[in-house]
Design a protein around this ligand. Structure first.
Ligand code: ACO
Length: 330
């Protein structure tokens, strides 16, 4: 008998969870605050409503709820968790990291916990970072969470931005699993991460602890961001698929960052992706930044469209500019 070839360790998604705050803010409600309309917002963005966390709810509370649901889906408890990576642009405090606050609130044992800041691309970046622990056997049970209270960064007099964003959190549990080193393996199979700091002025927050000691407000040149999004995301998707060794049409589900329905459709058209394979939650959630991909994943899993064994492609672009994509088999 030939010796069995050593397996390849993969980071496998074993549980998914999402959490949205109760309060729904409709487009009509926003049209009473700024000069906009339900019709304009729906036509230009596909957004019909967004959620808003209560003033006394910190982002860690949203993250904890999403994490609890992901752990339950994985059949794990907080006691099992040895790594927490939170992707957020809206942390509870300047420090400590929101991940350590989540660790305390969940009651996880001493382990590794830190935040990743890559704005709307944060969840894809965080998955890649966590993969560096799990697929090297340095974590047996990792929580990767995207959690945001983006409504706190809004200038409620700027109709070009305040209608676009919402609050929420999504989480996955990653555990090591042995694969054969083929694309049939379950787990994270390929990544493409990108950043271009020269495009900062297109999308940024005009405050920060080391600049003016303010939180600041989100500023954006929407049409420029839009133009870069379709081109950049398409390139990253192609590169991540090549890294994983799969062809884009093989993918069962595309789970994009949910910024704008027209961006989702533009990317799908450019890559020749069947629109029925695209998970879209932008109408109900709006743009929840780093939370949008795990929230969309959670929705697809919960409603039975996304099933174990399927090939998924996640992609995002956000402030930085940062962008990236990830291929995984559930
Ligand atoms: N209601 C009514 N009118 C509006 C609104 C609004 N909420 N917002 C802007 N307008 C007006 C503008 O003032 C402008 O009026 P003017 O022609 O009289 O000056 C007009 O609409 C056109 O403005 P544009 O910015 O050119 O409109 P556009 O068609 O590009 O749509 C939008 C704007 C929706 C922001 C679009 O550019 C977009 O979605 N961009 C992507 C931005 C994004 O999603 N960023 C999130 C982070 S990055 C990411 O996640 C990919």
């Amino acid at each position: 008998m030939p010796p069995k070839s050593p397996g390849v360790l993969r980071s496998v998604v074993t549980g998914v969870g999402g959490f949205l705050p109760d309060r729904i803010v409709t487009n009509d409600e926003l049209s009473r605050i700024v000069d906009t309309s339900d019709e304009w917002i729906r036509e230009r963005t596909g957004i019909r409503q967004r959620r808003q966390a209560a003033d006394d709810t910190p982002v860690s509370d949203l993250a904890v709820e999403a994490a609890r649901r992901a752990l339950a889906a994985a059949g794990r408890t907080p006691q099992d968790v040895d790594l927490i990576v939170v992707a957020t642009t809206t942390p509870d405090l300047t420090f400590p990291a929101t991940a350590t606050i989540v660790q305390r609130k969940l009651g996880c044992p001493v382990g590794i916990a830190f935040d990743v800041q890559a704005v709307c691309s944060g969840f894809v970046y965080a998955l890649s970072v966590a993969d560096g622990f799990v697929a090297r056997d340095r974590s047996k049970c990792a929580l990767v969470i995207g959690a945001e209270t983006m409504t706190r960064l809004m200038d409620w007099t700027d109709r070009g931005t305040c209608v676009l964003f919402g609050d929420g959190a999504g989480a996955v549990v990653l555990e090591p699993g042995e694969g054969e080193g083929t694309t049939a393996d379950r787990g994270l199979l390929g990544f493409a991460l990108r950043a271009d700091g020269t495009k900062q002025e297109l999308l940024y927050v005009d405050g920060g602890v080391s600049t003016n000691r303010q939180t600041g407000y989100l500023r954006m040149q929407g049409n420029q961001v839009f133009r870069h999004a379709v081109v950049n995301i398409s390139e990253a998707v192609t590169a991540a698929a090549a890294d994983a060794g799969v062809a884009v049409p093989e993918v069962d589900w595309f789970i994009p960052h949910q910024a704008n329905q027209r961006i989702l459709e533009g990317v799908a058209r450019r890559l020749g992706i069947d629109e029925n394979k695209v998970i879209s939650t932008v109408a109900e959630h709006a743009n929840t930044s780093a939370a949008s991909i795990p929230l969309a994943l959670d929705e697809g899993v919960k409603d039975g469209r996304i099933r174990p064994g399927q090939l998924l492609l996640l992609e995002a672009m956000g402030g930085g500019l940062t962008w990236g994509a990830c291929v995984l088999r559930l």
